[in-house]
Design a protein around this ligand. Structure first.
Ligand code: CAA
Length: 258
């Protein structure tokens, strides 16, 4: 039964693993798949038993892009009315950190989806790219903006204008990917990182994510204001008291998320 679902979610020990499950189409991001993904992210965002999300695909593809077959006969107004891309912003807006664990292709919307996450880990089989130019369009879910911020304007321009793909190692050298692992150890490494983040005070993690996000999305002045606001806000939490008292008392803190 669960195999028919386009997105599978498993929660354990504060970590939700969300797996794109459309392997025959290389996890092409159809509207139905995106609706399921957004519902899964929404559910995790409001579930206190989840502190960190891992978003992953299959061995051949994280996701090979938006579903070309579903878009081919579309029109500007149909795209507008269906909010086909606007809806994806819900992934970006998740308050909890999302780790993308990428094996195989992360192309077009797949690369953009990975870039909506907060940390990208890759296996040595991963390939990243924005090949939309080859089918007569351009990236539409943030590729021209996020890739440019992630790897710099000249590299991004070359990739977007040629549609060429880069390996996991190149993506790591460019700063898009944090670490590259052998394919068989990617799931455990993603979980190890998620567990480390999940052990940190959850509200501080969320405030930190929020502030770091602003660094890429606004001016330095506004970003510094947000950082200061979030820093001050954390003094309303039990975990701030616990963390600072534990430091002074030379013991390990116990964080409750309050
Ligand atoms: N949409 C729909 N179906 C896709 C798809 C996509 N983006 N990518 C792969 N598939 C399907 C193929 O049509 C094929 O299905 P059938 O067996 O029914 O024919 C199946 O997945 C396997 O694909 P291939 O036979 O092509 O596999 P391959 O190993 O020969 O090639 C590939 C793999 C290089 C990834 C190739 O599939 C490919 O180039 N895919 C398209 C990549 C792309 O252009 N992505 C951008 C999409 S547009 C976009 O994302 C817009 C945006 O910014 C939001």
């Amino acid at each position: 039964m669960s195999d028919e679902r386009l997105v599978l979610t498993e929660v354990s020990e504060y970590i939700a693993t969300i797996t794109l499950n459309r392997p025959k189409a290389l996890n092409a991001l159809s509207p139905e798949l995106m609706d399921e993904l957004i519902a899964a992210v929404n559910a995790c965002d409001s579930d206190d038993s989840v502190r960190v999300l891992i978003l992953t695909g299959g061995p051949r593809a994280f996701a090979a892009g938006a579903d070309i077959k579903a878009m081919i006969e579309s029109s500007p107004m149909k795209l507008h009315v269906s909010q086909i891309i606007a809806k994806w912003n819900r992934i970006r807006d998740c308050r909890k950190p999302i780790i993308a664990a990428v094996s195989g292709y992360a192309l077009g919307g797949g690369c953009e989806l990975a870039m909506m996450c907060d940390i990208i880990l890759a296996s040595d089989t991963a390939k990243f790219g924005q090949p939309e130019i080859n089918i007569g369009v351009i990236p539409g879910a943030g590729g021209t903006q996020r890739l440019t911020r992630a790897i710099g304007p000249y590299r991004a321009m070359e990739l977007i204008l040629t549609g060429d793909l880069i390996s996991a190692q190149e993506a790591a050298a460019y700063g898009l990917v944090s670490h590259v692992y052998p394919a068989e150890s990617l799931p455990s490494e993603a979980r190890r990182l998620a567990a480390k983040i999940a052990s940190r005070p959850p509200l501080a993690v969320q405030m930190a994510k929020d502030a770091v996000r602003y660094a890429a999305e606004t001016t330095l002045r506004e970003g510094l204001e947000i950082e200061k606001r979030n820093f001050y806000m954390l003094f309303d939490t039990q975990d701030q008291k616990e963390g600072m008292r534990a430091f002074v008392e030379k013991r390990t803190p116990t964080f409750t998320g309050e």
